[in-house]
Design a protein around this ligand. Sequence first.
Ligand code: MF3
Ligand code: CO
Length: 248
Amino acid sequence: MIVLKSPQEIDRMRTACRIAYEILLHISELVQPGVTTFDLEQIASAEAAKRKAKCAFKGYHNYPSSLCCSPNNQVVHGLPTKNPLKSGDILSLDFGVYIDEFYGDSAVTVPVGKISTAAQALIAATEHSLYAGIENAVPGNRLGDVSHAVQQYVEKLGYSVVRDFVGHGIGRNLHEDPQVPNFGQPGKGLKLKAGMVLAIEPMINEKSHDVIVLDDQWTVITSDGGLSAHFEHTVAITDKGPEILTRI
Ligand code: MF3
Ligand code: CO
């Protein structure tokens, strides 16, 4: 069941989304060689508490942390660790909050120190593919138009789209219908309507799209050891077009 949001509800989601994004951006600016993802986790949860927001992921299906930190070949849901980041790493950070009965969710991938041109290209392509998807999140389009736009953008460049994890509707729940795959056929699927709010989140692999979940039951890695990048925005579909709610 898809729950449409009124303009008043979208207003309230804007607050949650801005807080999530503001904290995510703050954390991402602290990333440098020597910093640990455990440090980032602590800062993220302290910043959320300062704003009286709840961390959306902590305790969600027993996820143990507030922040997902997925370096290099980790795709999503990486757990914070005390291993210092090193120059040349890339790091995907995913953060969500809950405040005033609504969720906001966003993710970015950032370089640690100086990274390879191959890693830079993967990050740029993943971010651009998110915007290609968002441009298609307009009333009257189909969900497949969003999915296909992401897929086409990255596959043209030789990358692959993770199949086993997808974006999602979001609102009074972190995960609502519909699922938002990053692969699909144009003109197919659910018709998009004003009032839908989607978390669009391409997870893009340098090589094969195949992934493995580690024994910790959370950390998702690429099966071939290739790099992976992840960007996410919470987006409201409105009569005036897509509105990115996770922004400053
Ligand atoms: N952005 C991710 C998602 O929507 C993060 C979820 S982590 C979890 O699935 F712990 F909450 F599952
Ligand atoms: Co999400």
